[in-house]
Design a protein around this ligand. Structure first.
Ligand code: ARG
Length: 465
């Protein structure tokens, strides 16, 4: 005799196709441990409200413990007649404590407030795991910065050579974005730390239950939600989570795209460690950056999860609608993809070999020191508009002779502007240029070292979350 949570007003059971459409245990079963934790807390407030004796509470808790162990071991599983995780676990409880006692637990709660609560609980735990994985990626990038304190490369805008920068400065830029992803997850968590349990179907309960006690027992530091309709109907926490995860994936895809470019024969900036690359089934020479490509690809998938969920939520009237059952799979999927991706990204980035001699050779190429000439002239009192023209003329002369800016003769420099004395050559080297950019956040070695220390400090602080 399958357990149904409804049926009194129905003369027949659901059609097969109806039941198949309705079924959600294949994805909501992962909420089972949270469902049981919710049931333990709910039993306690039923007891406090005088609806369960002390003995009944004790038997209920012991039954839930056995059920939790059986779920954990796999001894208890959902069957096809179980509509969802809540239905399956009610059957499991009735089988363990009998229908008289087991049938009392549903008083004052609904699957609507249950599922809204359990989804938040699952997601809050998953978010901490994701954040830890992001910090491993940040650690790998900052570790590379630390391992190459003097390495330089041509900084780019429009993918064209722009100005030389320290490799560490560039890698730490990715760290900054990823650390913001982590603080965004923490901000999200603070907004999500409110429990809908006790909202019932939508209107609250007449049974004298204590939603604040349930919230406290389930680790919702914000307490119970302030509005039972909102508690059961709102899913902005799910959409915001999908955004935070999609933004993270997009930031990872930007690192990944650079690794893919850096790894080409034309760039030859990096070599991938064998453990984090793949081969070709036909071309024996191939060593492909699949981790980075999957990062780039999965970012599209996570964007899709966000937009799909927003479309599901759009224009739903209050309060609960069954559409909301579609809220979970996109978010579960985003988390699962990141569970796979983050360790691989940390591994790939942490084991990259940077070809620092080649990077140093390329750093001044493409006249990346032209801005240094202009800024040097400004420091001699020349208006920037004039200095820009003069430096541009130096570039034109050097280009015509196919030499670098630091190969220009004293006469050629003076011809571009009378203030351009041979002393300008102090900034016409890559280290000179880099050392001169010592503003806060700039690429000078001292500034980059300070920044790197702050990044390591932020990693430590976030890990204590
Ligand atoms: N499985 C549903 C969900 O994920 C919860 C059940 C609510 N069902 C209902 N008929 N009120 O949203």
């Amino acid at each position: 005799e399958p357990t149904k949570l409804w049926g009194g007003r129905f003369a027949s059971g659901p059609a097969e196709a109806m039941a198949a459409l309705s079924l959600s245990t294949h994805f909501d079963w992962r909420l089972a441990p949270y469902d049981i934790a919710g049931s333990r807390a709910h039993a306690r407030v039923l007891h406090q409200a005088g609806l369960l004796t002390a003995d009944e509470l004790d038997r209920m808790h012991r039954g839930l413990d056995v059920l939790a162990a059986d779920v954990e071991s796999g001894a208890f599983q959902p069957v096809v007649e179980d509509e969802d995780v809540h239905t399956a676990l009610e059957r499991g409880l009735l089988e363990r404590v009998g229908t008289d006692l087991g049938g009392k637990l549903r008083a004052g709660r609904s699957r609507n407030d249950q599922v809204a609560t359990l989804f938040r609980m699952w997601l809050r735990d998953a978010t901490r795991r994701v954040a830890a994985g992001v910090l491993d990626v940040v650690d790998a990038l900052a570790g590379q910065a630390q391992a190459h304190p003097d390495a330089v490369l041509p900084g780019r805008t429009h993918l064209q050579h722009a100005q030389p920068v320290l490799l560490g400065h560039h890698l730490l830029a990715h760290c900054q974005a990823l650390l913001r992803d982590v603080s965004r997850l923490r901000d999200w968590d603070a907004r999500t730390a409110f429990s809908p349990y006790g909202s019932g179907a939508l209107a609250g309960s007449s049974l004298g239950l204590d939603p604040q006690a349930v919230a406290a027992e389930l680790g919702f530091d914000g307490g119970a939600v302030d509005n039972s309709i909102d508690g059961t109907a709102s899913r902005d926490f799910a959409a915001e989570s999908a955004f935070c995860l999609a933004m993270l994936a997009v930031n990872l895809s930007r690192v990944a795209e650079e690794v893919i470019i850096w790894n080409t024969a034309e760039f030859r900036y990096v070599t991938l460690d064998d453990a984090w690359a793949t081969g070709s089934s036909i071309m024996p020479q191939k060593k492909n950056p699949d981790v980075a490509e999957l990062a780039r690809g999965k970012s599209g998938r996570l964007i899709g999860n966000l937009t799909g969920l927003l479309a599901t939520l759009k224009a739903q009237p209050l309060a609960y609608n069954r559409d909301l059952q579609e809220d979970k799979e996109p978010v579960f999927d985003s988390v699962e993809q990141l569970d796979l991706l983050l360790p691989a990204m940390a591994g790939m980035l942490g084991t990259l070999t940077f070809h620092t001699e080649r990077l140093a050779e390329l750093a001044p190429a493409g006249f990346t020191l032209a801005t240094d000439i202009a800024e040097w002239l400004v420091r001699q009192g020349v208006p920037f508009r004039v200095a820009h023209e003069a430096s541009g003329e130096c570039v034109r002369t050097a280009e015509a002779r196919d030499v670098g800016l630091n190969d220009l003769t004293d006469e050629e420099l003076a011809a571009a502007h009378p203030a351009l004395t041979p002393a300008v050559r102090e900034v016409l080297t890559v280290p000179g240029s880099i050392a001169s950019r010592d503003s806060h956040g700039g690429t000078a070695p001292d500034r980059v070292n300070e920044q790197r220390d702050r990044v390591f400090e932020a990693i430590r602080e976030h890990r204590a979350w």
